[in-house]
Ligand binder design. Structure first.
Ligand SMILES: [Zn+2]
Length: 352
């Protein structure tokens, strides 16, 4: 399928900057699409590549026609002048940059513009980035470099200073929830007529996903696939209501530690979710009793509000802070490849 700008939700500012650049024929030689993960940066890079090479007639410079020979090649991921370089393992490697430089020694094969997408440049190590600098400054004629990077990942200043930066932003939670709902139900028509879908439990679930994903469509889809939200509820319902001295406490902790360890690579994501719940607990302590229900407060795990409000009332701020420390420590242990079950056991006992 051809990637187009119409597939990107919001991001009006980025679209407008690019529309003017393409329409006015004033493209920079290197752009960095910068913003949070999962909001459309890579999609935009692919869509721009297709638009720049489209030979069809079209009223909107950013939208490729979808019918011309170039568009058909993009649609089948088979365009000779489109290169996409993604991290291999932890990040883009110096060897990948060397191969790119070799490929760029030859002129583009077709008449249009050669486009190179370098994804997730925040994962690039210094050596690989240094090897790219000269190409970033002066790419060969008819070649344009499109970099994408997550703000939070820390992009090297040497890369930042050599690109024109196009900002991407988190999606508004409502917009993201509507998108997820549309995907889940395929009820576009009904949604636009704004009937009573907001009370639909499916929409409520989408709203929770959207809030927990903090405005990232990619993250929301990932969370949905992992099915971590129901487990988060079960674990918290169990642990927050468990007395440390209760005779059943060790068995309960061991049970959940075992269950959570089975998440394997997804365990750090799950602990991130639990951490967001403890942030909410701390936040709830600062809100007055009627505030938590206010839909404009920044609580993330809204679907757990009754559970979290009750738990917040029985814990001191110092306890909550040490819980968050325990969670950070557990994440550190996972990064050092400690045994997952043991990490969870220690963590869950500490959280009681
Ligand atoms: Zn076309």
């Amino acid at each position: 399928m051809l990637t187009t700008f119409s597939q990107i939700i919001e991001q009006q500012q980025a679209k407008e900057i690019l529309r003017r650049a393409v329409g006015g024929g004033k493209l920079a030689h290197a752009y960095l699409f910068r913003g949070p993960a999962g909001v459309g940066k890579k999609t935009a890079a692919r869509a721009l590549a297709a638009a720049l090479n489209c030979q069809g007639d079209r009223p909107e410079p950013l939208e490729a026609c979808g019918r011309c020979p170039s568009c058909r090649k993009f649609a089948s991921a088979n365009h000779p002048d489109f290169l996409e370089i993604m991290p291999e393992g932890a990040g883009i490697k110096i060897q990948q940059v060397r191969e790119l430089k070799k490929a760029l020694q030859f002129p583009p094969l077709e008449a249009g513009r050669r486009v190179v997408v370098l994804g997730e440049v925040h994962t690039m190590r210094r050596e690989a980035a240094n090897s790219l600098l000269k190409t970033l400054e002066e790419p060969p004629a008819d070649t344009i470099l499109l970099l994408t990077g997550d703000e939070a990942g820390g992009i090297l200043p040497t890369i930042l200073s050599r690109c024109q930066i196009i900002p991407f932003y988190p999606l508004p939670v409502e917009t993201l929830a509507r998108t997820l709902y549309q995907e889940a139900t395929d009820h576009r028509q009904e949604l636009e007529m704004a009937t009573d879908w907001s009370s639909d439990p499916v929409f409520q679930n989408c709203l929770t996903l959207a809030t927990v994903a903090e405005g990232s469509l990619g993250r929301a889809r990932q969370l949905q696939e992992q099915e971590l939200l129901p487990l988060r509820r079960q674990v918290l319902e169990s642990l927050l209501n468990l007395q440390p001295e209760a005779p059943a406490a060790p068995a309960v902790v061991l049970y959940w530690a075992e269950r959570c360890a089975q998440l394997k690579e997804e365990l750090p994501d799950f602990l991130d979710l639990l951490t967001s719940c403890y942030h909410d607990l701390a936040l709830l302590q600062t809100l007055s009793p009627q505030d938590p229900a206010n839909r404009h407060n920044p609580i993330i795990n809204r679907d757990l509000l009754p559970l979290l409000s009750a738990a917040a009332a029985h814990r001191g701020p110092a306890t909550l802070e040490s819980c968050r420390q325990h969670l950070r420590r557990a994440q550190g242990r996972l990064r050092r490849n400690c045994n997952r079950t043991l990490v969870c056991e220690v963590l869950f006992f500490d959280l009681l």
